[in-house]
Design a binder for this molecule. Structure first.
Ligand code: ADP
Ligand code: MG
Length: 616
């Protein structure tokens, strides 16, 4: 029997923090004692593998169960979907293996083609992960309020927007998007200092991010970011697996065996974070004992560490800082548990990094704290915590970029710029919004194009066109353009050229709504069946025990109705049919029930009588 947790329906919804990671995702909340607490999901771990499997029967599995299916169903099991968020088809085509990406659409949207022929976008896949996290949170907290969701500091407008779209699709109110390194800094309480310069060193499963944050008057500025989207703990697994293959003298193993070796390699890697030497038994056609020492592993991953060191030095140069000017180093990401990685961070910055908080939970915990503050539960001030990661501008004459909001502007922010025409009688202005640091629009990322129409023809240079950029606290841009002489105005929320348009999002929301309704209906059917089974059993028993209370004819009608209900259950009839039969049986047995109650009463009175007589 499973238990149903009962939550106080009047308790206010609880805000949550979500780390939507490449390898793992985590959700956390702030307890009534003010402590951030990661939520443990069904698998018994707070780390939900960011893996989504689309089964042939249309069902969707997320997390550990999905991960197990990745070997057998590579095309239908999406791992590391974060790498695809807010990116165009052209950008990801090379790294899309083993997925099939759908082509032939006017837009440049990435869509995974599943073996069923169904197409799913990265936003939909991420929404599945978010839904699972929210369900896990609901089990613990009852009602869940808004969420703070973290994103890498370098995420551009399109990637942030895609993350917000995924949340919307999952039915989550986004309190705010927060940069991952900022979130980790909050978890360590660094925002309580007045000022300081911090390095956040994040080594996850497949990405390395180094961020230098400067705290000034309670505002975190991203001073520099560096990293490599192709370095992570997975590389260490691959290096160990390569050693295993060597030991076995085998190359080109079947995919399943490769996966097995990688799993064993990961196990060894984790063990070597704790002990100096460890071994595994590789159970293949023959059993092979494979031992590895920490020293050997460290030799093996030296080139990887050197690549990371170069990235760190470069970021320091970009920030025009020397290592000794860094006041604190925060370690983030499961792979920073590797002792050699910790030593590297300590050596590069010349100080011991902060490691008190679990590196793979710290981001979600910071997000939970921020969510709690934003929901008004904590007494801390809501701070302006972020800055614009990349400059925003529009394409001006000759294809050059006119920067309107430079990078590192604290957000929310707004700015405007006046433009005019260079051709007589121009009645429409095309506005091309771009993001990036390059001088030419073609080298920047194109965010959107729109045309301000209906301006009366004027000589060149006469119109006064004010283009206004507003970036909200999530880092998302809203653009408006106004011709000041005529007052003609147009506003757009920038949905990136290859992002999802409003109609698509609406359609997906409706679909999600249908699924939710189908879920409810499935649940109602189960409840109806459980109740019907209980009733049939009870009625059978009652007939056996007290059938003598009924006239033969009465008994036969009840039995007939009972058989009908049992038949309906056996045939998996619809809820409607089951309810109908159940109702009929209830009506027929109403007077029987009454007779039984009377009988029971009589018996108990007789019993009492007897006892009373006895006691006298
Ligand atoms: P992401 O931010 O990419 O979602 P995580 O922070 O969850 O990633 O880090 C995942 C990586 O951390 C994996 O490569 C995993 O093997 C590694 N990892 C987790 N625990 C340990 C450990 N004890 N020792 C070494 N590596 C670890
Ligand atoms: Mg991470």
């Amino acid at each position: 029997m499973s238990l149903l947790t009962i939550h106080d329906p009047h308790a206010p919804p609880r805000p949550i923090g979500i780390d939507l990671g490449t390898t793992h995702s985590t959700v956390a909340y702030v307890s009534p004692f003010g402590e951030p607490v990661p939520i443990v999901g069904c698998s018994g771990s707070p780390l939900l593998p960011s893996v989504v499997h689309y089964a042939a029967d249309g069902s969707v599995l997320v997390g550990e169960k999905a991960k197990e299916l990745a070997v057998d169903f590579p095309e239908d099991t999406i791992v590391s979907v974060k790498r695809f968020m807010g990116r165009s088809l052209g950008e990801v085509e090379k790294e899309a293996l083993p997925y099939r990406l759908a082509k032939g659409d006017k837009t440049d949207i990435v869509r995974f083609e599943l073996s069923s022929g169904r197409l799913v976008t990265p936003v939909e896949v991420s929404a599945e992960i978010l839904r699972t996290l929210v369900k896990d949170a609901q089990k613990v907290l009852g009602r869940v309020g808004g969420a703070v969701i973290t994103v890498p500091a370098y995420f551009d407008d399109a990637q942030r927007q895609a993350t917000k779209d995924a949340a919307r699709l999952a039915g989550i109110e986004v309190l705010r998007l927060l940069n991952e390194p900022t979130s980790a800094a909050i978890a360590y309480g660094l925002d309580k200092e007045v000022q300081g310069t911090f390095a956040v060193f994040d080594l996850g499963g497949g990405t390395f991010d180094l961020t230098i944050l400067v705290l000034e008057d309670g505002v975190f500025h991203v001073k520099a970011t560096g990293g490599d989207t192709q370095i992570g703990g997975d590389d260490i697994d691959r290096a160990i697996a390569q050693q295993m293959r060597k030991a076995m003298r085998r190359e080109n193993l079947p995919r399943r065996v490769e996966r097995y070796l990688l799993d064993q390699a990961r196990w060894l890697k984790h063990a070597l974070s704790e002990v100096e030497e460890a071994e595994v038994l590789l159970e293949l056609d023959e059993c092979i004992k494979f031992a590895l020492s920490r020293t050997l592993l460290e030799e093996d991953i030296a080139p990887l560490l050197e690549r990371m060191a170069r990235i760190v030095r470069q970021a320091l140069r970009d920030a025009e800082l020397e290592a000794k000017q860094i006041d604190g180093v925060v370690l983030v990401g499961g792979a920073t548990r590797v002792p050699a990685v910790r030593r590297l961070a300590a050596k590069l910055f010349g100080k011991q990094p902060l490691t008190d908080i679990d590196p793979d939970l710290v981001v979600a915990m910071g997000a939970a704290i921020q969510a709690d503050v934003m929901a008004g539960n904590a007494s801390r001030d809501i701070l302006l915590l972020d800055v614009l990661p990349l400059s925003l501008g529009i394409e001006a004459m000759g294809g050059v970029v006119e920067r309107i909001l430079p990078r590192n502007t604290p957000i929310p922010a707004s700015a405007s710029q006046l433009f005019t025409t260079h051709v007589d009688g121009q009645s429409g202005f095309e506005i091309h919004v771009v993001q990036g640091e390059r001088e030419l629009a073609k080298d920047c990322r194109s965010l959107a194009r729109f045309t301000l129409k209906g301006i009366p023809p004027m000589p060149a240079g006469m119109p006064r066109l004010e283009v206004r950029f507003e970036v909200d606290a999530d880092g998302i841009l809203h653009v408006s353009a106004k011709e000041q002489r005529t007052g003609i105005e147009q506003k757009i929320e920038v949905h990136p050229t290859y992002g999802l348009d409003e109609a698509t999002i609406q359609r997906m929301l409706e679909e999600a709504d249908h699924t939710a309704k189908a879920d409810l209906e499935a649940r109602a059917l189960i409840e109806s069946r459980v109740e019907a089974e209980r009733i049939t059993k009870a009625t059978r028993k009652a007939l056996e025990e007290d059938g003598h209370l009924l006239a033969q004819e009465e008994k036969e009608t009840i039995e007939a109705a009972l058989n009908e209900l049992e038949q309906a259950l056996k045939e998996n009839a619809s809820r409607h049919v089951i309810e109908e039969k159940k109702e009929k049986l209830a009506q027929l047995t109403a007077s029987f029930a009454e007779k039984r109650i009377n009988l029971a009463l009589r018996r108990s009175l007789e019993g009492k009588h007897l006892r009373e007589l006895e006691s006298n």
